[in-house]
Design a protein around this ligand. Structure first.
Ligand code: HGY
Ligand code: MN
Ligand code: MN
Length: 437
């Protein structure tokens, strides 16, 4: 059941029509007609199409578009200045991803600007809609790359040396897309401009689907990380090589996959090996090498760390047993993120004042809001996902719920744009993340 209408937008049918219109313009970009999934990877031709779409939608609204040193796009309502209200999300996807993860936050932000302007809101401070680059890390392997670079959470030269599956570095991909890579890194100017950041996102889970509300407020992001397991064996003929003579990297890898699931159950965590590269990947060739990437997450940070340590020990024993080499590299780890309590409370109270009831829920999905939380006050809104499925072509959100999301975001932004942004201690948030004037 959708929440009581907030009344934030005078005409809901018009808003629904606007949503359908903007959504349909974006829907085809980077979509595989066979699977219905999306391959939207940073600094590719598809990404250029997405960036052009973003710039056109922003310009159509009279917003000033800028691209920062890390390639994130910013659309400004009002001259860029410190202490702005910033919203938005990302447009890239995982391989074969869904339509809503990321784009729903960007589209909703643009439509919220429409609603605020239609309501005659005169902001006390600038507003920016942002499109963060490479949030999924699908091309270069590091999630939230644009926000990590901006906050200095990743070393710039390390980031520029990251390669995609074809061996193209981030630096070369950015150059080829016409964006100079040499200035990537910590961007204090961009960070100072963020007074508060509010990201709307489709829920990646079923908390809302199991309840009555279509919109929720995030409390926290579970600790999560990515580890690269590289098993190096000896390539050989699949038919002529005796079993005793084999050093097959696939075998220790297979043991590790099973162990990862067992350890996840014990630790009440989740583990996934969703990405595997087998060299030379021939039916009649014993692999010389297997590269596999582990995604491990859980509410208990210590439990996740112990799980990966145990798994690494199991992998080392299994590899040794097959005369296979092993290296394990931690690609990223994001500790628990508790969103800024005072900002989240403020979201809840402005939603309540607009008679929108929104439960509070945690998530195990990473977001740019989670990375920014270490530097600026951030909060998130979630929109109901009936199946909870995400990172899949079947990811979905009902249009009525998406419109509820736009209305909720409009209510929240209206409050943040016109009322003072007090400086509040970030109770339970990250150090130094209190809202700023
Ligand atoms: O992987 C994640 O948690 C997010 O969807 N990027
Ligand atoms: Mn995602
Ligand atoms: Mn996302």
């Amino acid at each position: 059941m959708a929440p009581a209408r907030s009344g934030a937008t005078a005409d809901r049918p018009l808003l629904r029509a606007s949503f359908d219109g903007v959504w349909s313009d974006l829907e085809g970009v980077g979509r595989d007609p066979r699977s219905g999934g999306y391959d939207r990877f940073s600094w590719t031709g598809v990404d250029l199409g997405l960036r052009e779409w973003f710039a056109a939608e922003a310009t159509r609204r009279g917003l000033e578009v800028e691209v920062d040193r890390n390639g994130n796009q910013w659309a400004w309502w009002g001259a860029p200045a410190d202490g702005a209200v910033v919203t938005g999300s990302h447009l890239d996807s995982v391989p074969g991803g869904g339509a809503f993860d990321g784009p729903l936050g960007v589209v909703s932000a643009l439509l919220a600007v429409d609603a605020l302007k239609a309501a005659g809101v005169v902001p006390e401070r600038p507003l920016a809609v942002v499109n963060f680059v490479e949030e999924e890390g699908a091309r270069f392997g590091l999630a939230c790359l644009g926000s990590r670079l901006m906050t200095g959470a990743v070393d710039s030269s390390h980031a520029l040396s990251l390669t995609d599956d074809d061996g193209t570095t981030l630096a070369d991909a950015m150059s080829a897309a016409g964006h100079a890579p040499e200035h990537v890194g910590l961007d204090e100017t961009a960070l100072a401009r963020i007074g508060v950041f509010v990201e709307l996102h489709v829920e990646q889970g079923r908390h809302l689907a199991l309840g009555d509300e279509s919109v929720g407020v995030a409390s926290s992001i579970h600790p999560h990380g990515r580890w690269h397991f590289c098993f190096e064996g000896e390539g050989n003929h699949a038919g002529t090589t005796r079993l005793d003579d084999r050093h097959d990297p696939m075998l220790p890898f297979a043991e590790v996959v099973g162990a990862a699931r067992r350890l996840a159950v014990e630790a009440q965590a989740v583990t996934t090996f969703g990405r595997v590269r087998v060299d030379p990947n021939g039916t009649n060739a014993i692999p010389s090498r297997v590269d596999a990437w582990l995604d491990a997450r859980g509410a208990d940070q210590g439990g996740v760390v112990r799980l990966v340590d145990d798994l690494q020990r199991i992998a080392e024993e299994a590899a040794a047993g097959h005369g296979v080499g092993l290296t394990v590299t931690r690609d990223s780890f994001t500790p628990v993120v508790d969103f800024d309590a005072s900002l989240s409370d403020r979201l809840r109270s402005s939603l309540g004042a607009a008679s929108i009831s929104a439960p509070t829920l945690p998530t195990a999905a990473g977001h740019d809001a989670g990375i920014l939380a270490s530097r600026v006050p951030t909060a998130m809104l979630f929109v109901r996902n009936p199946t909870g499925i995400s990172h899949s072509p079947v990811e979905h959100a009902e249009t009525d719920d998406c419109v509820d999301g736009v209305e909720a975001l409009t209510v929240v932004l209206r409050d943040l744009l016109v009322a003072p942004l007090e400086v509040v201690p970030a109770a339970g948030g990250q150090p130094g993340a209190g809202a700023r004037r």
